[in-house]
Every structure is written in structure tokens, then in C-alpha cells.
Write a protein that binds this ligand. Structure first.
Ligand code: NAP
Ligand code: SF4
Length: 707
């Protein structure tokens, strides 16, 4: 098969492409009338019900980072969001999350904020500075707290604050708010949740003082109220004060429901304009934003508060589509919807939502890999599905100088991304896919909590069609198809195949690779050994145990008390279904599963920082037996024979599922390279070991900008 030329390919300029993507096929998604309605705050109006929630990008601490940050926020403001809340900025040195974290406490620091604010104000968008004092979460020896009790997530024991120091911190919050006003911010958000300093004052386990700042609930909330009152006095009436209140602490020493209501009433009386819902403490082992969390899983608690207090409320957590946002508003859950990660994934989210183009939105898949995991590693945040996020100046929306004809072989996420960005840059793109686009994402979408991965594939496909990329599916190319191609560049994004380890009996009928297992899971029996405890081994175990988990099962499994009959909104251990090692009664967790690896380290140790603990805990609670330092001897009719802790064991299992990594499909690339052609390879075809989707999609972007 010879390649066709690029005639007929309608490659337009980037600006035209952008117009195309916004104006083609207004899809049939539901209208979002409430989401688009303005909100009157008395002294000012917000143009719709969207808030970009606080998201630390890491640019805040970079040399010249504010220029990049300004561009990052400018794109989001241009995309239609009504109000942006910045990443947390400390009012004092002791309150910094780490020694090098950002602080706003001097007049000379105002200038760089002004650039950022001006960028946002080019559009009719408000911007508020989040003021965050880390308290005992500070990861440095200068940490302070109401009481000198170490948190489980920092190795530094904080010093207990004196009365004088507390007063100084209140003054520092006020001074930061004044500096924010001077920089042009429309308001501030006072961070009072997630277990940071203010929240530490509110809860008994972290506040054991016996002075005016501890003891009774009135005393414990005095700190938050004095901060709000003091800021309001200083900034005047026409300045937004959002108070982020912990509505659900998710630990047993948290506030009771009546205390939450009382606190909210006092926050309003102290002068706050809006209350934003905070859910959970960072140290609590209950997931609140990961992909396993059901959509809008916590808007019920905002709704509860809305029935008791008269102040505009913002809800958040796992709301990632216009339909869901609209449903929350229609349901009376809140007055505004906060979305941080969804706006990282697509800066145009709000405009697309308001124009009825929901299908054109690049949806956040709640993976945390590109954003929070990177921030925890001290790297700049971006987004797995949108690697331009926070890199807008590095990858400007500009045409390539020379238009090239680019052939892309393979439309997994690496190929889709490369095709998308290459077309966006004005190149003439022809794409080939042997099956259907999506690759490993199509498999991942079957894992509990990951159905949204299908939307990523849908998004890229929709964009490619809108940009008239020439897509051919259902044909596996051979060397004769590409050898004589006249394309300027041929990109191989041919992906991976599961690795089958060399174990005697690997061809036994009970053995299958993970791809076959995911696609044919209904034939898998009750006793299963999984060889390989990487991301995919964990995924497969989760699928086999919790595929049918209902929303109610999920709340129960994690001990969340949706009746709010107990402090902190958590069920006592005896009532939660996931707390006992033996308890496998929730969901369809009836299988016996062994998860095995050869390395002598805790299985799942290398999983991502922000989600690994959830996946380990979830499987442990379902009774999965995790074994390390295992060697595989053979597989036969009796099961899987292993050597474990010096002994020979036979695991009498019905199925053995191989999740032992992958091998690159790079033979066509190598053949063509040997012929001296201009060829490129990206994604899993380039490097299967430790490949993840974030690298694959970024590979596609980077190559498209190099072509
Ligand atoms: P992986 O994370 O590299 O894990 C492969 C597993 O197979 C390891 O446990 C390894 O442990 C074992 N293994 C390797 N070679 C073997 C051999 N020859 N014989 C027996 N066992 C062998 O790969 P993966 O699980 O396939 O995941 C692929 C990529 O996707 C990874 O980067 C992963 O992080 C990513 N991913 C991420 C998620 C997520 O939710 N974030 C989910 C799925 C996948 P031993 O060598 O110790 O036996
Ligand atoms: Fe969402 Fe993942 Fe992107 Fe973070 S990296 S914004 S969680 S899609």
C-alpha cells in the first residue's frame, strides 16, 4: 500500500483549528443553565458558577516562575472561569509548607503577583490569593501548632504557639490579605481545612490547650474567626473573603455536625463572603480526590450545610464534567462548583461547557500523576492528559515554520497526542492504527474508577476529526507499506505487548496475560495468582475484587458516615466494612487472590505517592495476600509452584494472570531506521520499562514541537 499525498488534508492555521474545535458539531450534551448563571455577591458579581480551586503548581517557587504562572492562569481566565483561587501562600516563615515554599509578607513581593493578577483581569475573571499556614504539616524544623504534637506526615515535631505568637500570626494573615489587595487580587481564601494550622486549632486531637484558644469549641474556633474579622476590618467591605472550612474532617476527633453548622454561622458573622467545602485531613487514610472516589462523592455534605446557613457555598471533589456540575447545582448542593484539576486538564472547560460542547472537553481522569504526584516529587505540576498545562510558554500555540507531512503509526495515547499536537502546529498528519484508537487506555478504562479514561480517547479522537487528520484504522502496516513513503517524518507509536516470563508451564491453560484477563474476566475463577505487583497487577486485583462496588459499598468500605451521626463524619471501626483484614464482604470481593513479586520489598512500594497507599489498603482490606521475594518454579494442574521464604509452596489456584511488564513493539521502527529513513519512536514502543501514560502523552507533545 502506498501512502497518499496530503492533498485533501485540510490543515489550517492554529487559530483556525482552535475555531474549528470550538464551533464544530455543537453536541447534544445537556444545557448547563445554572452553571452559566451569574452569582451576585452584593458588592461584585461572578459571571458564572465556576471556581478554579487552589492548585499549587511549583512555579510559585521557580525563578521567573510567576511569568509562567501568569500565562497558566491567563489561559484559564480566557477559558471562561468566573473565579480563580491561587495555590497556597504562607503569611509567615513558620507557616511555609517547606523551607522554600512561597510566602507573601513584604511589599517588595507584590510586584510579581501584580503581573499574574493583570493577566487574569484581561478577562472578566476574579482571582483570590489563598493564604495557607501549614502548622504542624510544615516540613521543616520551624513548624508551629496549637499543641506540640507531631503529625504522622511530617517528621518534625511542632513547637506549641504562645498567646503572643498566635496574635502575631493573625496579624500576619491580615497583612498578607492587605498585600494581596494591593497586588490587585479581588479577594483571599483563608485555608481552614485539610488539617492545616487553622483546622489544627479546631480539632481536639491537635489542640489540647487550656487557654482562650483551646478547650471549648468556642475557644477552638476563636483563631479562625479572629483571622476573618481582622482581615475584614483591614480590607473593607468590597473584597472577597472565602473561608475554606472543613465540613468533614474524616477522623474521630473531628467536628460534630452541629459544630460544623455553628462554625459556619460564626464565619459568616465574622465577615466571610463565601464558604468553600474542605473534605478530610491530609493525614487521614480515606481517599477524597483519587479516581477510586465516586463522582461528586462529597457534595452531599455541602448540601447539608446549605440547608442550615445563609451564605454562598462552594462544593468540590471529583466533579469533572459540566453535566455533573450542573446536576450538583440543580440538586441544591451548592452555589458554586470548584474544580482545580479539571481546569488543569482543559483550560477552556467553562467556555466549552457554556457553549454546549461538553464532548470537546479534555476531562480530568483523577489520576494525580501529572499534577499532585509531581508536586510531591518537587517537580512542576502539569497534567497527564494535557501536558501543556503549566508549560504554556514552553509550548506556545504557534504554527511550525515549515509544514510537514507526518505519518503516525499507532494511535495509543502517545500516537493520539502526537497526531493532535502535530496537527495543531499545522502539519499534515496521516495516522494508522491496527485496531481501534486508545491502546492501553482502552484496557485501563475497565478498571474500577477508571471508566473516564475512555473520555481521553474520545477527546483526542474528536479533536483529530475536527482538524481533519487522515485516520486509517483496522490495518496493521508492514515494511512494504512505509518503505517508500514520501512523508517528511514517520513516527512509530506502536506501543507494547505484555511480557510473558520464562516459567515452566507458562503455556498451561490456566495462564493468561493481563490483556486477555481484563477482556475475558468473566471466565476467571475464584482462586487467582497474579504474577507481578506493579500498577497493572494492582489494577487487575482491584478489577477482580471490586468491579461491582456500589457507591454505598464505597462509603462503607472507607468508613464514611453519610448520616453524619458521628464526629468527623466517620463510622466507628465496628460499623465500617473495610477495617478488618478478614472482612471481604463488601462489593464482589469473594475471590482469593495472591499478588506476587520477585523483589524483596513491600508490594506496591513504587506506586504513586498520592494514590499508592489507597491501592495497597484497598487490596489488603479485601484480603489479598501479597507476597514478596518469591521465585516461580512452575505452573501445572495443581496450580502455581513457588519458592517463598526458603520453602516450596504450591498455590492451588484456578488461574495465573501475568502482569510482568511489557515489551516494546518496535520492530517496524528498527527495520525502517536500518534503511536510513527519518523515523521517530515514542511512548511504549521507545521504552516499555517503567513507561507510564504521562510519559507517553508528553512524548507525543514534545516530538510534535520538534518536527
Ligand atoms: P511495572 O510497574 O513495571 O510492574 C511489573 C511487575 O512485573 C513488577 O512487579 C515486576 O516485579 C514484575 N516482573 C517484571 N519482570 C518480570 C519477569 N520477567 N518475571 C516475573 N515478574 C516480572 O509494570 P506494569 O504493572 O505493567 O505497569 C506498566 C506502567 O504503567 C508502569 O509505569 C505503571 O506505573 C503504569 N501504571 C500505572 C497505574 C496507575 O494507576 N498509576 C496503573 C497501571 C499501570 P518483580 O521484578 O519484583 O517480580
Ligand atoms: Fe487530572 Fe490526572 Fe491531569 Fe491531575 S494529571 S489534572 S488528576 S488528569
Amino acid at each position: 500500500m502506498a501512502f497518499q499525498g496530503s492533498e485533501g488534508m485540510n490543515v489550517t492555521s492554529v487559530t483556525e483549528n482552535e475555531k474549528t474545535s470550538q464551533s464544530t458539531a455543537v453536541d447534544s450534551s445537556d444545557a448547563v443553565p445554572l452553571f452559566g448563571a451569574p452569582l451576585d455577591l452584593g458588592f461584585t458579581q461572578l459571571k458564572n458558577r465556576s471556581v478554579m480551586g487552589s492548585m499549587h503548581t511549583g512555579l510559585e517557587e521557580h525563578w521567573k516562575g510567576y511569568k509562567k504562572l501568569a500565562e497558566f492562569y491567563r489561559e484559564r481566565a480566557r477559558g471562561g472561569v468566573a473565579m480563580i483561587v491561587t495555590g497556597g501562600v504562607s503569611p509567615t516563615f513558620s507557616g511555609r509548607l517547606s523551607v522554600f515554599a512561597s510566602q507573601l509578607s513584604s511589599a517588595w513581593q507584590v510586584r510579581k503577583h501584580r503581573d499574574l493578577v493583570d493577566a487574569v483581569h484581561e478577562y472578566d475573571t476574579k482571582i483570590c490569593l489563598q493564604i495557607l499556614h501549614a502548622g504542624r504539616y510544615a516540613y521543616h524544623p520551624f513548624a508551629v501548632a496549637p499543641t506540640a504534637i507531631k503529625s504522622p506526615i511530617s517528621r518534625f515535631t511542632p513547637k506549641a504557639l504562645s498567646h503572643r505568637q498566635i496574635k502575631k500570626i493573625i496579624a500576619a494573615f491580615t497583612s498578607t490579605a492587605l498585600l494581596a489587595k494591593r497586588a490587585g487580587y479581588d479577594g483571599v481564601e483563608v485555608m481552614g481545612s485539610e488539617g492545616y494550622l487553622i483546622n489544627q486549632f479546631v480539632c481536639i486531637n491537635t489542640n489540647q490547650r487550656d487557654d482562650d484558644w483551646g478547650g471549648s469549641f468556642e475557644n477552638r474556633i476563636r483563631f479562625s474567626l479572629e483571622i476573618i474579622r481582622s482581615i475584614r476590618r483591614a480590607v473593607g467591605e468590597s473584597f472577597i473573603i472565602i473561608y475554606r472550612q472543613s465540613l468533614l474532617d474524616l477522623h474521630e476527633s473531628g467536628s460534630s455536625w452541629s459544630e460544623v453548622i455553628y462554625h459556619a454561622e460564626q464565619v459568616k458573622a465574622a465577615g466571610a463572603t463565601l464558604i468553600s467545602s474542605g473534605i478530610g485531613w491530609h493525614e487521614v487514610r480515606i481517599p477524597t480526590i483519587a479516581s477510586v472516589v465516586p463522582e461528586a462523592a462529597f457534595s452531599w455534605v455541602t448540601k447539608r450545610l446549605k440547608q442550615s446557613v445563609d451564605i454562598p457555598l462552594i462544593t468540590s471533589n471529583r466533579i469533572n464534567s459540566p453535566e455533573l456540575a450542573e446536576r450538583c447545582l440543580q440538586n441544591g448542593d451548592a452555589d458554586m462548583i470548584s474544580m482545580a484539576r479539571p481546569l488543569l486538564a482543559d483550560g477552556e472547560f467553562v467556555n466549552k461547557a457554556l457553549n454546549g460542547q461538553s464532548q470537546q472537553i479534555n476531562r480530568c481522569i483523577a489520576c494525580n500523576q501529572g499534577c499532585l504526584d509531581r508536586v510531591f516529587e518537587g517537580r512542576r505540576a502539569t497534567c497527564l492528559v494535557n501536558p501543556r498545562a503549566a508549560y504554556e510558554l514552553d509550548y506556545p500555540m504557534a504554527r511550525a515554520e515549515t509544514r510537514k507531512t507526518v505519518i503516525i503509526v499507532g494511535l495509543g495515547v502517545a500516537g493520539l497526542s502526537c497526531a493532535y499536537y502535530a496537527a495543531l502546529r499545522g502539519h499534515s498528519v496521516i495516522a494508522y492504527e491496527a485496531g481501534s484508537p486508545g491502546g492501553q487506555f482502552n484496557l485501563a478504562a475497565d478498571i474500577p474508577g477508571k471508566a473516564v479514561y475512555r473520555d481521553t480517547v474520545r477527546y483526542f479522537e474528536t479533536q483529530l476529526v475536527a482538524m481533519k487528520v487522515d485516520i486509517h484504522t483496522g490495518k496493521k502496516l508492514g515494511i512494504e507499506d512505509v518503505r517508500d513513503s514520501f512523508a517528511d517524518a514517520i513516527v512509530f507509536a506502536t506501543g507494547v505487548t505484555p511480557r510473558m516470563p520464562d516459567i515452566p508451564g507458562i503455556e498451561h491453560f490456566s495462564v493468561m496475560d493481563y490483556e486477555t484477563a481484563i477482556k475475558n474476566r468473566s471466565v476467571i475463577k475464584d482462586k487467582v495468582a497474579i504474577i507481578g505487583a506493579g500498577g497493572i497487577g494492582f489494577d487487575v486485583a482491584e478489577l477482580l475484587l471490586n468491579e461491582d462496588e456500589s457507591r454505598e459499598d464505597w462509603y462503607k468500605k472507607w468508613g464514611i458516615d453519610t448520616e453524619y451521626a458521628h464526629r468527623g463524619g466517620v463510622l466507628p471501626e465496628s460499623m465500617a466494612s473495610g477495617t478488618s483484614q478478614q472482612d471481604v464482604s463488601y462489593g464482589s470481593g469473594k475471590r482469593k487472590i495472591y499478588l506476587l513479586q520477585r523483589k524483596d520489598e513491600k508490594p506496591g512500594k513504587r506506586l504513586a505517592k498520592t494514590t499508592g497507599w489507597i491501592r495497597r489498603l484497598s487490596l489488603r482490606r479485601a484480603g489479598v495476600e501479597m507476597m514478596q521475594n518469591v521465585s516461580y518454579e512452575k505452573i501445572d494442574d495443581f496450580g502455581l509452584h513457588i519458592r517463598y521464604q526458603g520453602e516450596q509452596l504450591t498455590l492451588a489456584v484456578d488461574n495465573v494472570i501475568i502482569c510482568a511488564g511489557q515489551q516494546s513493539n518496535d520492530s517496524l521502527y528498527r527495520q525502517l531506521q536500518a534503511l536510513g529513513r527519518s523515523v521517530y519512536v515514542i511512548g511504549g514502543a521507545k521504552k516499555a520499562a517503567e513507561l507510564d501514560a504521562e510519559t507517553a502523552i508528553r512524548d507525543g507533545l514534545e516530538l510534535a514541537y520538534r518536527l
